[in-house]
Design a protein around this ligand. Structure first.
Ligand SMILES: Cc1cc2nc3c(=O)[nH]c(=O)nc-3n(C[C@H](O)[C@H](O)[C@H](O)COP(=O)(O)O)c2cc1C
Length: 386
């Protein structure tokens, strides 16, 4: 069998062979490197898709290094994804940070977390770095500003904003020939980023791993398409094999943006234990929680998430939530209870059965979709337009 053909207008727009993008996945734990490092992105780009670096966890300097690294690993187009949240509580940026950032958080919730830790058998320890003014402070808008300058200076082929609106940067990005994508989880934000001039809207359904909204992919995609037409829309959330890819292309998407499917790629920077948990997961094993970032994030569930949700605590804005949970996460890591740490993954986890190279994941997805769209659909469905 020859190499399958699967093309959409997205292929021409981005200069890629197949309309599959690996999501720019950031770190799964605070302070760690992103899941979607250059190695993963390069593997996807070399296989014909578009690999995207999850730049969110990188300092500007480290991001520049990774962009230069990926250029050594592929001569194909690639992307960089960053989070541009509008409600990031970054005291460090405003200069209003008290000596110990714990002073910013509600004591009752902090004490509640201590109790949860105790119930889970985790010994409570204070993270010494939390009160160190040179380390681990909530990072404000200054962080993403610095990252964006690097994206612009390095003239990356594709930029994707994972949260927020890239509007302030669009003119400079476009002047470099950078294609701009923006992830959205509802129609209102689809319109907002389309009006800002992004090239492609990525409509992400609630099935997705990581930060996610409330509307399912199959319901959101046609509404987003209608709202921003004729702007192209890529679908995300729950797409992990050829069937999902064929479905969203049939619906009118020009491509698929896939995270969970690539979480178990050999090249993903993901702890083995977390990959195994994802491979073992069934359809009902994920849950949305604000515990880890302050924003709604889909994770493989665990007893800590269940206890946090049952307690009904109000989460704090992104950044401050990291201060609130800083001692808890430190205590968990110190006691080796890694199963309680963040393990962002989507509902498609239940579809995944083995870890393998990213190229195999992409090739199977493309082969499956081209088989469905090019052959089996016509055999199993009779459709004659009236
Ligand atoms: C571990 C993990 C980390 C993620 N980090 C980011 C991120 O930093 N920026 C972003 O735009 N999206 C991030 N996402 C969401 C993905 O970009 C993507 O929209 C989502 O994974 C698609 O749904 P799927 O997981 O069902 O394929 C992350 C997803 C996961 C699973």
């Amino acid at each position: 069998m020859g190499r399958p053909v699967l093309r959409t207008p997205l292929c021409d727009l981005l200069g890629i062979e197949y309309p599959v993008l690996s999501a720019g996945m950031g770190p799964v734990a605070s302070g760690s490197a992103p899941v979607a490092v250059g190695k993963l992105a390069a593997a996807v780009s070399n296989a014909g898709g578009l690999g995207v670096i999850g730049g969110a966890g990188f300092s500007p300097e480290r991001l520049r290094e990774e962009i230069r690294n990926i250029r050594q690993m592929t001569d194909k187009p690639f992307g960089v994804d960053l989070l541009l949240p509008s409600n990031y509580m970054g005291g460090a940026a405003s200069g209003e940070m008290p000596r110990d950032p714990r002073d910013l958080i509600p004591q009752a919730t902090y004490e509640g977390l201590k109790k949860i830790a105790e119930d889970l058998g985790v010994e409570w320890k204070q993270n010494p770095d939390l009160a160190d003014p040179t380390r681990n402070r909530p990072r404000g808008g200054g962080m993403s500003d610095g990252q964006m300058e690097v994206v612009i200076e390095e003239k990356v082929p594709v930029f994707a904003s994972g949260l927020g609106n890239p509007a302030p940067w669009i003119d400079r990005l476009k002047a470099n020939g950078t294609r701009v994508l923006a992830l959205v989880g509802n129609v209102k934000n689809a319109r907002r980023v389309a009006d800002a001039g992004v090239d492609v809207v990525v409509a992400q359904g609630t099935e997705a791993g990581g930060h996610t909204g409330r509307i399912a992919t199959l319901a959101l995609l046609p509404q987003a398409l209608d709202a921003v037409a004729p702007k192209p829309v890529v679908a995300a959330g729950g797409i992990a094999d050829g069937r999902g890819l064929a479905a969203v292309l049939a619906c009118g998407a020009v491509g698929a943006w896939c995270g969970t499917a690539f979480l178990v790629a050999d090249e993903a920077n993901q702890p083995e234990m977390q990959k195994e948990r994802i491979l073992a997961a069934i359809d009902e094993d994920t849950r949305i929680t604000r515990l880890y970032s302050g924003k709604t994030m889909r994770n493989i569930t665990n007893p800590l998430i269940e206890a946090w949700e049952a307690a009904g605590f109000a989460a704090l804005p992104m950044g401050l939530q990291g201060v609130l949970t800083g001692d808890l996460m430190y205590s968990i890591r110190e006691s080796g209870r890694t199963e309680l740490l963040m393990n962002a993954a989507g509902q498609a986890s239940g579809l995944l059965t083995k870890g393998r190279p990213a190229a195999d994941i992409l090739n199977d997805m493309v082969a499956g979709a081209s088989e469905i769209l090019g052959r089996s659909l016509a055999q199993s469905v009779t459709a004659i337009p009236g």
